[in-house]
Design a protein around this ligand. Structure first.
Ligand code: M6R
Length: 606
């Protein structure tokens, strides 16, 4: 959601800033802009390519700030695109987040004679800084004073024509990363555009302000006291944010499935002991023995992963689990005590609603854990302990490889907590052995890509789809439907197959196909009955089935087979064909698969 990138160093900044914006495109945006001190401002609506086309003159300079905007206050127009400036066109600000008291501040500034040219909340920041400069504060103090006046969330970068080498960044609720290079420094809203320049980063914390020049970086709190923060070395590779010959990141990331599971389990499985080594949870192992309830919180795909986790943990760790979407959890009165664990799942580690759920649970004394992909992210820092996915950066807005690694991590957590409780050695060993086999099995599924493509082609004119599954594969029906909606804009609904008779069956006719996950597991017979009910209404069915299941050939021509595994792990396999199916539907419609309309990769506002 919105992207910030800033550079100061010895090189020409324009190509570096454009490249940075291109890297951030995956976050979702509707307009773009760049400011380079003494060279000026350029903005455009739409893609970064539009911005490049508008570059009619050279924009020399060795520093600058750049932004991709995802509209919140005001339409996606050039006037509303960032950077925003003060009346004297000296101070330029790019901002992610929402300034909640912007109207009140704007009214005060208007009375002082400031002139506003956009409808955004961000513009007040530039004028506020101008106000403090006018009362003889220096640049750094003026930014801090302005930030003290605002309520809301921000990740910002500020550039000042009078001090062109210096860029000031700050964060409160919206992520900001500093990249520390060799005689050059960077600011960004996530590490992806920085990785190609340096792996040395510092993630700012809420209430921190950073001042960078080509050779220095300093961090302050809002009381202007300097803060010492060690740099972190990212183990992500710059190549991971490239498409590697694939047409889209989404396809590349689906294809990475086997490697992703390998990376999530690497060094963690102890098969002979039916155990896992999760360094991140060992620190809270004693406390975990005392807990009597787990609440899993996530949004979108991460929430669906949590639903699978509920089945896993209740069945194998024998502990009551509830799963809730972040945006609901934070507004109800959850009953939480010190024997409750809140387990947050998030790819980005920055989702605002998930983060607020963690904060609420902490206030009430719960132990908070995270399953998070992005090392150094806010959720990683604010939870008491957790497990990193090690899935590598996910660029496609539609979450694919992160989901697979979230499910794998949940299986590891289940083993960890289960073995602390009543899970037997033999059950632990069986689960661990089966987890180890998953990468090979995913590889096998990925070979069916042509069959899946053919099914997507066959059903390309269908306007609606139903996705059904039961038990462990009920959340997979929900996630499969979400993937289709998200990337192909086709209406899809996910249901527990047992619910069909309670309403959704009414929609079924020859034009309304169903995707049914019907594996050889404990609910197989029930699924067969549900598929029969659909066929009896002339509904067409695309089936995800267990390899070797001959019965289903009587039910449909369109069957995608997946290898057998234990029921608890089957979602890690069954989701793969559904991700591919969604991808090929979107490809058939020639849509922007990696950046679906209206969506952002990381949702850092409520
Ligand atoms: O970064 P997070 O995992 O916290 O993001 C949560 C959701 O916004 C995310 O999963 C979203 O639903 C995806 N676009 C789904 O593909």
């Amino acid at each position: 959601m919105c992207g910030i990138f800033a550079y100061t160093g010895e090189k020409e900044s324009l190509p570096i800033l454009i490249d940075g914006l291109t890297c951030l495109e995956y976050r979702g945006y509707d307009s773009a802009g760049i400011f380079i001190p003494h060279s000026g401002l350029i903005k455009s609506v739409g893609a970064v390519d539009n911005l490049k086309k508008k570059l009619s003159k050279a924009m020399p300079g060795k520093s600058g700030i750049a932004h991709l905007r995802w509209a919140t206050h005001g339409e996606p127009t050039e006037a509303n695109a960032h950077p925003h400036c003060d009346c004297n066109k000296k101070i330029y600000v790019v901002h992610n987040g929402i300034i909640e008291n912007y109207k009140e501040l704007k009214n005060k500034l208007l009375l002082e004679g400031h002139i506003f040219i956009s409808e955004t909340d961000t513009e007040v920041l530039a004028h506020l800084i101008e106000h403090y400069l006018s009362i003889k504060q220096d640049f750094e103090k003026a930014v801090i004073s302005a930030l003290k006046d605002v309520r809301g969330t921000y990740g910002i970068s500020v550039s000042y024509d009078n001090e062109p080498e210096k860029i000031i960044a700050a964060r409160f609720g919206a992520p900001v990363v500093l990249g520390l290079g060799d005689r050059e420094n960077f600011i960004a809203s996530d590490a992806s555009p920085i990785l190609r320049h340096t792996k040395n980063v510092i993630y700012l914390r809420d209430g921190e302000v950073a001042v960078i020049t080509p050779k220095t970086h300093r961090i302050y709190n809002l009381d202007s006291a300097e803060v010492t923060r060690d740099k972190q070395i990212l183990d992500w590779d710059a190549d991971q944010v490239k498409k590697d010959g694939y047409e889209h990141f989404m396809l590349k990331e689906i294809m990475e499935g086997p490697e992703v599971v390998e990376n999530t389990i690497r060094g963690r499985l102890i098969i002979e002991e039916g155990q896992v080594k999760l360094g991140g949870l060992e620190v809270v192992a004693d406390r975990l023995r005392q807990i009597n309830r787990i609440i899993i919180v996530g949004c979108g795909t991460a929430y669906y992963a949590g639903l699978v986790g509920e089945y896993m943990l209740e069945e194998y760790a024998g502990i009551p689990v509830e799963v809730e979407i972040g945006s609901e959890f934070r507004y109800r009165k959850p009953i939480i005590d010190k024997n409750t664990v809140l387990l947050a799942i998030s790819q980005s580690g920055e989702t605002a609603d998930t983060l607020e759920a963690i904060r609420e649970a902490k206030r009430k004394g719960a132990l908070t854990l995270g399953i998070v992909n992005t090392v150094g992210s806010t959720i990683t820092r604010e939870t008491d302990a957790g497990v990193h996915n090690h899935a590598g950066p996910e660029i496609g807005v539609a979450s694919t490889k992160a989901f697979i690694s979230q499910l794998t991590a949940l299986a590891l957590v289940t083993l960890f907590i289960g073995r602390q409780r009543n899970m037997s050695l033999s059950v632990g060993q069986e689960i661990a052995k089966e987890i180890k086999l998953l990468p090979k099995k995913i590889k096998e599924i990925l070979k069916s890509v042509d069959d899946i493509k053919a099914i997507a082609k066959k059903y390309k004119n269908s306007k609606d789809f139903l996705y059904v599954g039961r038990k462990y594969n009920y959340p997979i029906a929900l996630e499969g439907a979400l993937k289709l909606k998200e990337v192909s804009y086709i209406h899809a609904e996910g249901y527990g197959a047992g619910e069909m008779k309670h309403g959704p069956l009414a929609m079924i006719d020859e034009k309304f196909p169903t995707v049914a996950i019907s594996l050889k597991d404990s609910v197989y017979e029930k699924m067969l009955s549900n598929i029969q009910e659909i066929r009896a209404r002339k509904g067409k069915v695309i089936i995800i089935a267990t390899k070797g299941d001959k019965t289903l050939t009587d039910f449909s021509e369109d069957i995608i087979y997946i290898p057998k595994t234990i029921e608890m792990l089957s979602p890690i396999l069954s989701i793969v064909p559904l991700q591919l199916l969604a991808y090929y539907f979107a490809l058939g419609k020639k849509l922007n698969v990696d950046r679906p309309r209206n969506l952002a990769k990381s949702v850092t506002v409520e």
